[in-house]
Design a protein around this ligand. Structure first.
Ligand code: GAP
Length: 569
């Protein structure tokens, strides 16, 4: 499944997310903001369920982990010591025609023929000048060309004016007026197999137009065969700029002055606040090694190319655990945490078949890490990282100890030794996991409509633990006061235990479908049997419908909260 993708499935998922209120584009009414997303009424519930479950498993259910919540803005010294200011960069390249930006290391190698050009001339302009100078121009044309040259001459005088303001104005107007007629800048375009050379020439003409030539005629065309090159835009074949380093941290200023002394960054990971608070948390929690500090919070990265819906965003949330230990425990704990994290994903309904563990090879690992695993998931757009589990050694604490001059050592009461602990870090993305949950849950099957005719049913098969709404509650008829009152009574009863949704509009089958589409695992229908009209023994019972099997059974209202709570937790 490594390179298998399913664009159509992904399109359907994105559309469902918007239609049903899971995820919206940020600032949508203003055209959006690339790489930023808003979670709607259902999305926020799904996200909250995920974060709450992570916190429950990683903090509440363990003796050896405590939580914290650090600030997003921190002293710039943190980012200098951690290495982020100097090295948290990606190589970036720009398309010379569309200006679109790419991460150089994400460009797929391409093969084909490159069309090189030595430059271009604006022949029309040249000919006009030539004709004019030879006096060959028709009278009518001559007047406008003469006017153009007179204007340029006048502006050139202004551009040489001693008054700097006049000079500046003259230069600006001249640049607009005077047309360059030649560019000697070489340019090239990769022609993909099966494409006519004319398509590459069209791209080259666009390039020289951007250089100011109105009607460029390409010069010096020659071809070259290339294999596995990453120097060209995969979309239009245009040459890209040379790679440049681009720091992914969002820079900002703290306080009223905007100079170098007030610079800091929006945090690109939550981990650093854990490292810099290590000593404080250790002292107040009185934990012994090995122990962990967990945090869930926002992180920001000015990603060069945000893509695949929320997968690579500029603002996102992380769920990170820094698990401090002795050096000799590091590698063993790395494997332990990998297994714990895999179990977590299975417990939120992600099937083991779609999870993959990549052992990050030496050359791709951070230099300070002795071992890193990536937990990957088969998204419809390919297999991609959900979480990293890394043994970061004592690098982070040592860096901060050195830079701050404050001891970040641990004192072992038994051996009377002082040392800087090592750390194993499982670091997961909230947004990526939410996206994985939606992708995993999305399915289409067949179900009968009101008249018994089979139709396609769109259903999100969320694990009940993750589902935004746990139970839909429906009176069979909305114009029967007794049915409505009973249904509302059940809403009040269940609301104390879980998020429920009351719906009385439309045929009952349609109401079921609406809940199936947002992944509500259970539906309760209040009918005439509930009122005891048909059989007194059935009074105060309802039908409980399961989303996946669509099976219904009768249960007593008084048992509902217990039955559902057991299924949800
Ligand atoms: N403290 C280690 C760390 O931040 P990372 O691999 O850069 O490691 C950890 O990030 C996780 O954060 C990733 O596995 C991913 O789930 C999430 N993440 C990173 N960048 C992201 C982005 N631009 N958009 C969404 N999630 C992202």
């Amino acid at each position: 499944m490594d390179s298998k993708t399913d664009a159509q499935r992904m399109e359907k998922i994105v559309s469902l997310c918007k239609r049903r209120g899971f995820i919206f584009q940020s600032s949508e009414i203003y055209g959006g903001l690339n790489g930023c997303w808003d979670y709607g009424p259902l999305g926020v519930e799904l996200k909250r369920n995920l974060k709450n479950y992570w916190w429950r498993v990683m903090v509440y259910e363990r003796e050896d982990v405590v939580g914290m919540d650090g600030s997003i803005l921190m002293n710039r010294a943190v980012w200098k010591a951690s290495g982020h200011e100097d090295t948290f960069t990606d190589p970036m390249v720009d398309c010379l025609v569309t200006k679109k930006r790419f991460r150089a290391d994400q460009i797929e190698p391409q093969s084909g023929t490159v069309l090189h050009f030595n430059g271009a001339v604006d022949e029309k302009l040249l000919r006009e000048a030539f004709d004019y100078s030879l006096g060959y121009l028709e009278d009518s044309k001559r007047a406008s060309v003469r006017q153009h040259y007179e204007r340029c001459k006048h502006l050139a005088e202004l551009a040489n004016h001693p008054d700097p303001d006049v000079k500046h104005l003259g230069e600006r107007l001249l640049a607009q007026e005077a047309q360059p007629f030649q560019s000697d800048e070489p340019f090239s375009v990769l022609l993909k197999k099966g494409k006519p050379p004319e398509s590459a020439r069209k791209v080259a003409i666009e390039f020289y137009q951007l250089r100011g030539l109105k009607n460029p005629q390409l010069i010096g065309e020659h071809t070259e065969k290339v294999e596995n090159t990453t120097r060209y835009n995969p979309q239009n074949g245009s040459l890209l700029t040379e790679p440049r380093s681009f720091n992914l941290m969002f820079k900002t200023y703290v306080g009223a002055t905007e100079d170098d002394s007030s610079v800091t960054y929006l945090r690109p990971e939550t981990a650093q606040s854990i490292f810099v608070q290590f000593k404080n948390v250790l002292e107040v929690s009185r934990k012994k090694l090995p122990f962990g500090i967990a945090q869930i919070g926002k992180a920001f990265r000015n990603e060069i190319n945000p893509r695949n819906f929320t997968f690579r965003s500029r603002e996102f949330e992380q769920m990170e655990l820094e698990y401090f230990c002795r050096a000799e425990e590091g590698m063993k704990l790395l494997d332990y945490w990998l297994e714990e994290r895999l179990k977590f994903y299975e417990n939120i309904g992600i099937s083991r078949d779609r999870l993959h563990v990549k052992t990050v090879p030496d050359e791709e690992r951070a230099f300070y890490s002795k071992g890193t695993y990536d937990i990957e998931f088969d998204f419809p757009f390919g297999r991609q990282e959900l979480e990293g589990v890394a043994y970061r050694t004592d690098y982070d604490l040592l860096q901060h100890q050195k830079a701050s001059g404050k001891s970040l050592e641990y004192f072992d009461e038994e051996t009377k030794q002082r040392f800087v602990p090592h750390v194993v870090e499982p670091s997961a993305g909230v947004d990526r996991t939410v996206l994985a949950l939606i992708c995993e849950a999305y399915s289409e099957d067949e179900a009968p409509d009101e008249k018994g005719k089979m139709e396609t049913r769109l259903v999100l098969r969320f694990h009940p633990r993750m589902a935004p709404i746990k139970c839909g509650i429906f009176p069979l008829l909305k114009n029967n006061n007794q049915l409505v009152a009973k249904a509302k009574e059940i809403v009040g009863l269940l609301r104390a235990h879980m998020n429920v949704f009351y719906d009385e509009s439309g045929a009952i089958g349609r109401r079921y479908r609406r809940q199936d589409e947002i992944g509500t695992p259970f539906g309760v229908t209040v009918d005439f049997e509930t009122l005891g009209e048909k059989d007194a023994a059935l009074r105060d019972t309802v039908t409980l419908r399961e989303r996946d099997s669509m099976k219904q059974k009768r249960v007593a209202i008084k048992d509902l909260a217990g039955i559902l709570s057991a299924r949800i937790s």
